[in-house]
Design a protein around this ligand. Structure first.
Ligand code: SF4
Length: 277
């Protein structure tokens, strides 16, 4: 079915505090489950959304995350997740059975060097980071109930992990896609990640230092207006420039109406995704 993938940033809560993180929507109250069900129904009715990616914050921290995944699946949406990985071994928050529902399991991997991860803020309050060994255990756990689950890794490249060499991991576990993302500059009243900015040349050097098989590695300089995102209050956001503007709220109007006002860059999107998938 043709259509677009939508990213539901269902919670702003996160147990990490990454220095570059853009998920500072300043809206801390997550929507109740029924409201997300309503949004998902509306996305189905819109007809142009073909897949749902759960994001955050850390999406697993959304209260009753498994019920949300099951609901999206019951409406035949292929579902995926992007997680920091830290609580994917937690049976209570992420029951093993839930992995069955995912087409793709996405995990953020910015470094395997604990010092770098801690300076990036990619750690919990006790400074615990996601080690390579734990990442491998998560993949094993997911595959134990869903052998065909695709593993996708995301690496945000910034000043602090610029010299990393990570991709030898692809010799140890099967990775379907590894995205390198040039850190997006983001500022608002209380937050700026500008000091972590890198140049296009620095980003290209990082990509060269981290080779992957054809079709696995993807380098993304920008996602601007090619990433469809709804925040934890149901707002469709426009990521143009250094901040995020609200296009409209999909609980107040239907998704199609709000989306028609978003200056979506379909060409850039198409260059990033296979629309036939
Ligand atoms: S893990 Fe993700 S949501 Fe959490 S602070 Fe880091 S970038 Fe932000």
């Amino acid at each position: 079915m043709k259509g677009f993938k939508i990213n539901l940033h269902i919670t702003e809560k996160c147990n990490y505090h990454c220095e570059y993180c853009f998920a500072h929507f300043q809206r801390n109250d997550d929507l109740p489950l029924e409201k997300w069900f309503k949004i998902i129904d509306d996305l189905k009715a819109a007809g142009n959304i073909s897949a749902i990616n759960f994001a955050g914050g850390e999406p697993v921290l959304y209260k009753n995350f498994p019920a949300l995944v099951e609901y999206a699946k019951s409406l035949d949406f292929p579902v995926s997740i992007i997680s920091n990985g830290s609580i994917l071994m937690n049976e209570k928050l992420m029951p093993t059975e839930i992995f069955k529902h995912f087409e793709t399991l996405g995990i953020s991997v910015d470094s395997f060097d604990e010092t770098i991860l801690r300076s990036l803020g990619c750690c919990d309050k006790k400074s615990k980071v996601l080690s390579k060994e734990n990442l491998k255990r998560i993949v094993e756990r997911a595959k134990s109930v869903n052998p065909s689950i695709k593993i996708k890794l995301n690496t945000v490249v910034s000043k602090l992990n610029l010299n990393e060499r990570l991709t030898s991991l692809a010799d140890e576990i099967e990775i379907s896609r590894w995205k390198f993302l040039k850190m997006k500059v983001f500022t608002n009243k209380n937050f700026s990640n500008k000091y972590l900015t890198i140049s296009d040349e620095e980003f290209q050097d990082f990509v060269k230092r981290n080779p992957l098989k054809d079709g696995v590695g993807v380098a993304e300089f920008t996602l601007t207006r090619s990433y469809i995102m709804i925040d934890n209050e149901g707002n469709l956001l426009d990521d143009f420039g250094d901040s995020y503007e609200i296009v409209g709220n999909v609980l107040e109007e239907n998704f199609s109406e709000v989306f028609s006002r978003y200056q979506f860059d379909k060409e850039l999107y198409q260059s990033r995704y296979d629309l036939t998938a």
